[in-house]
Ligand binder design. Sequence first.
Ligand code: GLA
Length: 361
Amino acid sequence: MGAHHGKLEIRKDPFGTTPDGKKVDVYTFGNGRVTISMLTWGATIQRVETPDRRGRVANISLGFDNLPDYAALSPYFGATIGRYGNRIAKGKFSIDGTSYQIPVNNGENALHGGPLGFDKKVWSAKTVQTSKAVGVAFTYVSPDGEMGFPGELTTTVTYTLDRDDNLRIDYHATVKGKPTIVNLTNHVYLNLAGEGSGPIDDQVLQLNAPKYTPVDAGLIPTGEIAPVAGTPFDFTKPTPIGARLRGDHPQLVVGRGYDHNFVLSTKTDPDGLRLAARAWDPEHGRTVTVRTDEPGVQFYSGNFLDGTFLGIGNKAYRQGDAFCLETQHFPDSPNQPNFPSTVLRPGQTYKSTTVYTFGTK
Ligand code: GLA
């Protein structure tokens, strides 16, 4: 699929009001081919509309059409995740000898920044429009001590779409007062056949990951960095997601499917990003490519979707109806000395970029 030259457009509409009276907007931006809707609630990707190989447009991102459902039901659909993506064992960590406690919200562990993470905050928003791209810069200031994290963290995440169907996410954060830990990601759930269209078993995935980080029963990494070769975690060659999903590998049983951090190949492209993943739907031909400068990606096969609520298209979401590719530093890094550090100190800048490219084949 080559470049195309639709007009870059953006609009803003009211989406709802939080119980404490904060207004939430939806920004819709597009290039004439791909259209993205994003909420100021959680800096959330609400819709990703892309054509299939015959030009039929569908929303390939799981979500809701109203704010109360996001607030009450959303398992992080499309949300910007912070201050710390994925798990911290028992919610505990220490920096420079000082211990901190994040309230736990996933069994005995803290997940995705604790019970009131960045996904449940109203972010301020500014439209970004250049000759090449259009989108929104979202900013959230997290006070010192919020969810137990030290230091006042100012985070800006800029989502832009260009004419070549690249949705680029630029993360930027600085901390004041105390050192902290940061691990930002986006939790978009994709179904390349369209949200609500059924399981993603036949959708094909390739991960640029020779290794992964096995987990314990609470989905905390054991610390081991294991080769994927010879296991159902080997996606180095394109493989249907469902091909080995029901196998007896203990790690698949523990995760109820794939819910693991994959360690990306360190080879980078000239722009500093590396290929993390490619996925496509052989039936309709939609493709997505994920590139990042992060060392890992959480591949999650929608294991906890259980049909208990209806999504944006009024269809129930059931187990395995979507997949997530969450670029990240490794889970529980603050407690794992052999994982790359997630500490951010005053005076330093956290910067990270992930690009999702939507196409057809
Ligand atoms: C991440 C976690 C999963 C699950 C989902 C949201 O992918 O690793 O275990 O919590 O978020 O439900």
